[in-house]
Design a protein around this ligand. Structure first.
Ligand SMILES: Cc1cc2nc3c(=O)[nH]c(=O)nc-3n(C[C@H](O)[C@H](O)[C@H](O)COP(=O)(O)OP(=O)(O)OC[C@H]3O[C@@H](n4cnc5c(N)ncnc54)[C@H](O)[C@@H]3O)c2cc1C
Length: 411
């Protein structure tokens, strides 16, 4: 534990999952932070999120496992079906064998619930201060620290600064300066349905997805089975950028016209969809500059096909706090060490998320081959394919580098 409570705080720009996780991880090391959020309150979009076993290891460290588990659904399987024929392609059991292999579970949670767990833990710490309705527009670095300025005209002074401001990060432009994120040409529609509106034969205690030609649909339960989360994705070059706008259901139905009955039935149940234009960036290895660095989507935005963006942000948080502790207050050194520990892992997830996007949306021969390969897999072979992401790997792309150089402690 560092005795840093009397020093200038670390400024965290953005109070999403990444920003709150890093505030909490630093508080555990005795580091004071100020979280500066542009929105009027800390909130998450009303949709589901999947949590791999790798992020549960971080929850153990952050002391959040119990609170997250109380609100999460623990699905029985990951099930993939062909969206055209409706046939099951493969299922990965998430039972005792999965837990024995990866030591932690796979879970599904309502995003606002995850954020509320993080926020409650942060509020319990007297080392974290919160500022809302403050959009950071400028950041300066000087000999003794950093200054962040908001559009309201406020200046925040800190010893260092962490940009946790997401895909459209302002701080990234000041550190990396690589312009807008890359539009993937994939559009996502998200909705949450009360369970009574999901036909009984389609309710499963599993993460189910139908993979089609340039489309897929995901369905899973949330909040003890009160709700079902639906995510529909299709390829379209019609949109350039933007997010969280109301979608055009006519286009959605047209793109899914060739899919099987369950998929079309589910799409027909939704009256109000929200639309996202998916973006990512190619991986980079340097997202720090002196006393400034990035975490989460600001550092390594990725497509959602491995369901890992938030998990990576939380891994970043734990890793960064460990490096700050090891560097004993030398933030520039800590941030260098943190990105060196993270860029190959997060880069691999960014790249593989693109690959999986193509794989899930395959057509023709590629689709046939995909179905043939996956349906032949045993549970053990599926686990083996997930080892690099969920396993106890301490190699350059394994989660273990989150900890190296610092003691693993249960928060
Ligand atoms: C369709 C979809 C499904 C997904 N599914 C999963 C999944 O199953 N599992 C998973 O792990 N990940 C998933 N993700 C990814 C995950 O949502 C993101 O990676 C994660 O939310 C990133 O968190 P973040 O804190 O880095 O950024 P954000 O959540 O974007 O938070 C950034 C915060 O910074 C604030 N901010 C921005 N600019 C400023 C500024 N200038 N000043 C002050 N505040 C600012 C914002 O208001 C926001 O609160 C999915 C993403 C999508 C699009």
């Amino acid at each position: 534990m560092l005795n840093r409570a009397e020093q200038a705080p670390v400024l965290i720009v953005g109070g999403g999952i990444g920003g709150l996780a890093v505030a909490l991880a630093l508080a555990q090391k005795g580091v004071r932070t100020q979280v500066i959020e542009q929105a009027g309150e800390f909130k998450e979009v009303g949709a589901g999120i999947q949590l791999g076993p790798n992020v549960f290891r971080m929850f153990d460290v952050l002391g959040l496992t119990e609170a997250v588990s109380a609100l999460a659904v623990f699905p029985e399987n990951l099930i993939m079906l062909d969206a055209i024929t409706g046939e099951e392609v493969t299922r990965v059991p998430l039972d005792g064998r999965f837990r024995a292999r990866f030591t932690h579970p796979y879970a599904l949670i309502y995003r606002p619930d995850l954020l509320s767990v993080l926020l409650a833990a942060c509020r319990n710490s007297n080392l974290i201060e919160f500022y809302t309705s403050q959009k950071v527009t400028a950041v300066e670095q000087h000999a003794r620290g950093v200054t962040a300025r908001s559009d309201e005209g406020y200046a925040y002074e800190g010893a260092a600064l962490i940009g946790a401001d997401g895909l459209w990060s302002t701080v990234r432009q000041l550190i990396v300066g690589d312009g807008k994120p890359q539009v993937a040409g994939h559009i996502t529609y998200r909705a949450v349905l009360p369970t009574k509106e999901v036909p009984e034969h389609l309710r499963r205690w599993s993460m189910t997805f139908w993979a089609g030609e340039k489309v897929h649909l995901v369905l899973y339960p949330l909040r003890g089975g009160e709700l079902y989360n639906l995510v529909a994705v299709f390829h379209s070059n019609r949109y350039e950028e933007g997010w969280d706008s109301f979608g055009d259901p006519a286009e959605l139905h047209e793109r899914f016209a060739r899919t099987c009955e369950p998929v079309r039935t589910l799409l027909g149940k939704i009256e109000s969809w929200r639309m996202w234009v998916l973006c990512d960036r190619p991986p980079i290895k340097n997202w720090s500059k002196g006393r400034m660095t990035l975490v989460g989507d600001a550092a390594h935005p990725m497509l959602q096909y491995l369901a890992q963006g938030a998990c990576m942000a939380i891994e970043d948080a734990v890793c960064l706090a460990n490096r700050v502790e090891s560097a004993r207050g030398d933030y520039a050194r800590a941030f260098e060490a943190y990105q060196a520990a993270r860029y190959l892992r997060t880069g691999r997830v960014q790249i593989m998320a693109r690959v999986y996007g193509e794989f899930y949306h395959a057509s023709g021969v590629a689709r046939e081959l995909r179905n043939m390969m996956l349906s032949a897999r045993t549970a053990e072979q599926s686990f083996e394919a997930m080892e690099w992401l969920y396993g106890n790997d301490t190699g350059p792309t394994g989660y273990g580098r989150v900890f190296s150089g610092a003691k693993i402690s249960a928060g």
